[in-house]
Structure formats: structure tokens, C-alpha cells
Design a protein around this ligand. Structure first.
Ligand code: AHM
Ligand code: MG
Length: 340
């Protein structure tokens, strides 16, 4: 139903914050800063083909991946915005070897740190497929008044205060989750504001889509191969075979999974025994969002959000989406866990 009045993301966030009399509004300010970064990145993504900003930057990041020009641009925007944000003590990014502490007096007294992947799915930049910015916000555990420390960035996902993403797709949307739930805001270009378009998102308990890079299947474990056979099996009464959809952009694939239901998987395989996707700024924020929407997110050994990180850029296998589909997949995967 069309809304009679647009509710901007800022208005919505302020209304939500008022439910907690003790809230200081700092988290709301951080979310607004991320919205601003999203709008600036969006502007550049939308005109990418017109300027010399497509293609490779010429450097590799700490994980040995080639950086695209828009990866670097987006990372610089995020770092600058949080540097000017008095609510953020420091950041960690997919594109930086180590975390960055902001050492001015305001930042040393800030309660929060932010982890992000500034532009996920960058192999899709040049072909106009959806890409996105993923973020995770933690309350720091180090002493206030001093620079933040590594421990602030190595907290498990179950301590997240908020997480979300901006998707640069057929429209631009920001979706964020707190423990209160998940809401989506579409960028209304004529006024330059994210406006509430998807209130109280719930991930359907069942779905009909599985999403995985099936080209890797010869390297999967027996359990994983058996689950793929299950997805493709003909069982009309159970909606199988499921449809297969894979963009190769986690934000795009998970946005669809969140709205329509389904399962997204990036398992371990023979050549990547820890999986590909990074725990702190890809899997944890997505797991937090999907679980806040009633879905589920697992790795081979348990819940993604319970993993205690030991390294900033560590990887994990992930099975995430509709609760019942994830439970079923885990019956196969946990049964025959050995890869090879
Ligand atoms: P990136 O952070 O370098 O963009 O890589 C992460 C992306 C995810 O968005 C996506 O789910 C995955 O890599 C696709 O990997 P593959 O091409 O191996 O299927
Ligand atoms: Mg990424």
C-alpha cells in the first residue's frame, strides 16, 4: 500500500531510539553517517561507466585480492566519514591490513567501533550487477578515554549492537538491523533521503531457492554434495527441485534471500578449507541481520554469531537464510563434515 507520508531513515531511527530513555543517540548518529557514506558511494557507482573509475586500481589488499578503483574510493569515503564522526573510536575494513584508531579526544571517548566491507562483490562492478557496502557496529570493550584496541574488533557477532548493508541494485537501499528488528529504506533520489520502504522485514521460514557457486562442487565434502543432490531432487510436494540463483555478490544474493527466503551458502572446499567469506565484516553482519529477521546462520561447527574471532580477516564457511532450509542443510553438512 502506498504510504501517505514518507518516513526518512533519520526520523525512523530517532523514533526507535525514543523507546529507550537511556539511549544517547550515538548509535543513531553512526547509522546516519553510514547512510551518508552510502549516498556518496551510490553517486559514484551510478555514474561508474561515464568516468574513469571502472576497472582495477593496480594494487592488492592484505588478502591478496586485486582492488578495484571503486573499492578504494568507497574505502576512503567510509574512513573519512567515520574519522569526522565523534561517535566512532576506530574502524576495520576489508581493504586495510589492520584496524585504524582515530586518536583525537572525541574519538578516544567514543563508545563504538565499526567494521566494514566498503564495496562487496567488486567483481560485479564492471558488469552492472548489484554490489553493496556491509557494516557491523560494536560497543568497544577497551577503556574509554584511550585509543581503541584490537580486542574491540575481535568480538563475536552475538555482541553486535547493529549491522546492515547498502545495496546498489535496481534501486539503492539501506537495510539495518538492531535487536529490535530489521528495516529497509529505499533511497528517494529526488530528495536524497533513505525512506522507510520495507518495515519489519521477516525472512520466510521456508524458501525455494538455493544460492551457491556450484562450479566449485567437485571440491566439496560428501555431505555438501549430497545436499546439492537434495536441492536438485524431484519432489514436487516439497517444492523441489529448488531454483538455483547466484549473483556472486553476497549483498545481492542475501538481500534476495532475506526478502524471498531461500538459502545462501559459501562452504569450505578442498582448496579453501576455511571457506572464502570473511567473518567480521561479511558473515557476522549478515548473520545478525538474518537472525534478527527470524532466519538462521551457521558454519560447520555451530552458529556463526558464536564464533570468537582470533584474526581480523579470518574466513568462515557460511550457510544462511530461511531457518528450515538451513537446518536441513546442516543435517547433511554436519553429518559428513570432512572436505575432500
Ligand atoms: P569481495 O569481498 O572481494 O567482493 O568477495 C566477496 C564476494 C561475495 O560478495 C560473493 O558472495 C563471493 O565473493 C563470490 O565468490 P565466488 O566468485 O568465488 O563465487
Ligand atoms: Mg567482500
Amino acid at each position: 500500500m502506498p504510504q501517505s507520508k514518507l518516513i526518512t531513515m533519520d526520523e525512523f531511527t530517532i523514533q526507535e531510539t525514543r523507546k529507550f530513555p537511556q539511549a544517547t543517540g550515538e548509535l543513531s548518529t553512526l547509522l546516519r553517517d553510514i547512510g551518508l557514506a552510502g549516498k556518496i558511494i551510490n553517486k559514484q557507482v551510478r555514474r561508474a561507466g561515464l568516468e574513469d573509475i571502472l576497472g582495477k586500481h593496480g594494487a592488492t589488499n592484505v588478502q591478496g585480492e586485486e582492488q578495484m578503483k571503486l573499492d578504494v574510493y568507497s574505502n576512503d569515503i567510509m574512513i573519512d566519514i567515520f574519522m569526522n564522526s565523534p561517535e566512532c573510536a576506530g574502524i576495520a575494513s576489508e581493504e586495510n591490513d589492520d584496524h585504524v584508531c582515530y586518536e583525537d579526544t572525541f574519538s578516544a571517548n567514543s563508545k563504538y567501533v565499526v567494521l566494514f566491507d566498503p564495496l562487496d562483490g567488486s567483481s560485479n562492478i564492471d558488469v552492472n550487477a548489484p554490489i553493496g557496502t556491509i557494516f557491523a557496529i560494536y560497543r568497544r570493550v577497551s577503556e574509554l578515554g584511550k585509543p581503541c584496541t584490537k580486542e574491540d574488533f575481535l568480538q563475536p557477532g552475538n555482541r553486535l549492537m547493529a549491522a546492515g548493508y547498502v545495496i546498489y541494485g535496481s534501486s539503492t537501499m539501506m537495510v539495518y538491523a538492531t535487536k529490535l528488528g530489521v528495516n529497509g529504506f529505499t533511497l528517494e533520489p529526488s530528495i536524497g533521503e533513505f525512506c522507510l520502504s520495507h518495515p519489519n522485514i521477516k525472512c520466510p521460514e521456508n524458501g525455494k531457492i538455493y544460492s551457491i557457486n556450484q562450479g566449485n562442487s567437485s571440491k566439496y565434502s560428501d555431505g555438501m554434495k549430497a545436499y546439492l543432490d537434495y536441492c536438485m531432487e524431484n519432489k514436487k510436494e516439497e517444492n523441489r527441485p529448488y531454483s538455483h540463483r547466484y549473483i556472486g555478490s553476497m549483498v545481492g544474493d542475501l538481500h534476495r534471500t532475506l526478502i524471498k527466503g531461500g538459502i545462501f551458502m559459501y562452504p569450505a572446499d578442498k582448496s579453501s578449507t576455511k571457506g572464502k567469506l570473511r567473518l567480521q565484516y561479511e558473515c557476522n553482519p549478515m548473520a545478525f541481520i538474518v537472525e534478527a529477521a527470524g532466519g538462521k546462520a551457521m558454519c560447520n561447527t555451530g552458529n556463526i554469531l558464536d564464533i570468537v574471532p582470533t584474526e581480523l580477516h579470518q574466513r568462515t564457511p557460511i550457510f544462511i537464510g530461511s531457518k528450515n532450509m538451513v537446518n536441513k542443510a546442516m543435517e547433511f553438512v554436519m553429518e559428513k563434515e570432512v572436505v575432500g
